[in-house]
Design a protein around this ligand. Structure first.
Ligand SMILES: Cc1ncc(COP(=O)(O)O)c(C=O)c1O
Length: 357
């Protein structure tokens, strides 16, 4: 890999980054809110923090709960899912001998955080091997549950998963959660939920008393990663515990306001979902035409098998196309391509045609 990326590429506007979101941020609400907050801050900074900030927090939790269709008490603000993992691990402390069950391919930051807390407590972090790519959906559940034991305290799964892009339907996830013993806490990372036309609704399970915690972020479809806004939803007793442990003001007022405004921007959101689905289809059709194996995706990226992933990554890089090589996930033959605009997708397909023989 080229170590001098910034000198060679970052100043070149022709470089196409297909390793993160491609549809930009939900700009309008962020900008408008920022201006309004700046005015208020300049007028009365102390009051803003002590009184207005709390009012805004209340309002924004209400807006989020309306969006999720739950109560404000079911919501906890977190800066992002891996921060949420930290406060979950502190709120439900692990003991020596406890087990946390996850899969062998999970988003790195959450995976490392769980691993850290397990090591610290003398608990076992079980990364259950799941066939890749899966041949049937049933296979996932069958293999995953081989890792479950009487010592399992928590289960952690991202759905849709990063980097595989795989997901499960509401029915499958419901059956999955019901198959986990009652006392086990099930944590779902739903960072990419909004890319699905209809994200699975796990609230009914939370309502019936299942220990389910769902984590979301505004970094993905809303493109607000630099604001660091995320949230979790779960039963109010669980949220109360998480609220005791999280840092006060962990999500700042501007981030909250931008997030709430973004929730209202249906036009932006619908456009992203549509463009993403069209882009996935375009890439899939292109991979088929090139005879390349891929994994159908429910997220804003897709895995394609290119043989020597690292070599293809480097070759694409020299053409100004940045994708994600997957050797760190022990998938050296695959690369992850984020869905781009129609023209960007065409470019990557053309480059793959030239590079993958
Ligand atoms: C599955 C998953 N969860 C969580 C995150 C974290 O997103 P952020 O920290 O930007 O909110 C990511 C980011 O790549 C992800 O892929």
């Amino acid at each position: 890999m080229n170590n001098n990326l910034s000198a060679q590429f970052l100043l070149n506007p022709n470089i196409i980054f297909l390793n993160a979101g491609s549809f930009g941020a939900c700009v309008k609400p962020v900008f408008e809110n920022y201006q309004q907050f700046q005015l208020e801050l300049e007028q009365e900074p102390v009051q803003f923090i002590t009184v207005k900030g709390l009012e805004y927090l209340k309002q924004s939790r209400e807006a989020l709960s309306k969006y999720i269709n739950c109560n404000a008490d079911d919501i906890v603000y977190v800066t992002n899912p891996s921060y949420a993992v930290n406060i979950i691990a502190k709120s439900f402390p692990l003991k020596a001998g406890d087990e946390i069950l996850t899969t062998d391919i999970e988003y790195g930051a959450c995976d490392r955080t769980w691993n850290y807390y397990c090591k610290k407590a003398g608990a076992k972090y079980i990364r259950q091997k799941i066939n890749f790519p899966l041949t049937t959906k049933e296979e996932f559940v069958e293999q995953f549950f081989k890792g479950l034991s009487a010592k399992t305290k928590m289960v952690f799964v991202a759905s849709p998963n990063n980097p595989t892009g795989t997901t499960n339907t509401e029915e499958e996830l419901t059956a999955f959660i019901r198959a986990v013993p009652d006392h086990v806490i099930v944590v779902f990372d739903e960072a990419y939920a909004e890319y699905q036309v209809k994200a699975p609704d796990l609230l009914p399970l939370i309502r019936e008393g299942r220990k389910v915690i769902c984590l979301r972020t505004f970094s993905k479809i809303y493109g607000l990663a630099s604001l660091r806004v995320g949230y979790g939803y779960a039963a109010p007793d669980c949220i109360a515990l998480l609220n005791r442990v999280r840092q006060p003001f962990n999500v700042n007022a501007i981030g909250q306001a931008a997030a709430v405004a973004a929730l209202d921007d249906d036009a932006f959101m619908n456009q992203c979902v549509r463009d993403n689905l069209l882009g996935l289809k375009q890439l899939e059709d292109g991979f088929k035409a090139l005879g390349l194996e891929f994994v159908p995706s429910a997220a804003n990226f897709i895995l394609v098998k290119v043989g020597q992933g690292a070599a293809v990554f480097s070759a694409l890089q020299t053409k100004g196309l940045i994708v994600r090589p997957l050797a760190p996930y022990k998938l050296p033959e695959w690369i992850r391509i984020t869905v781009g605009t129609k023209e960007q997708n065409e470019k990557i397909l053309q480059a793959l045609k030239e590079e993958v023989k």
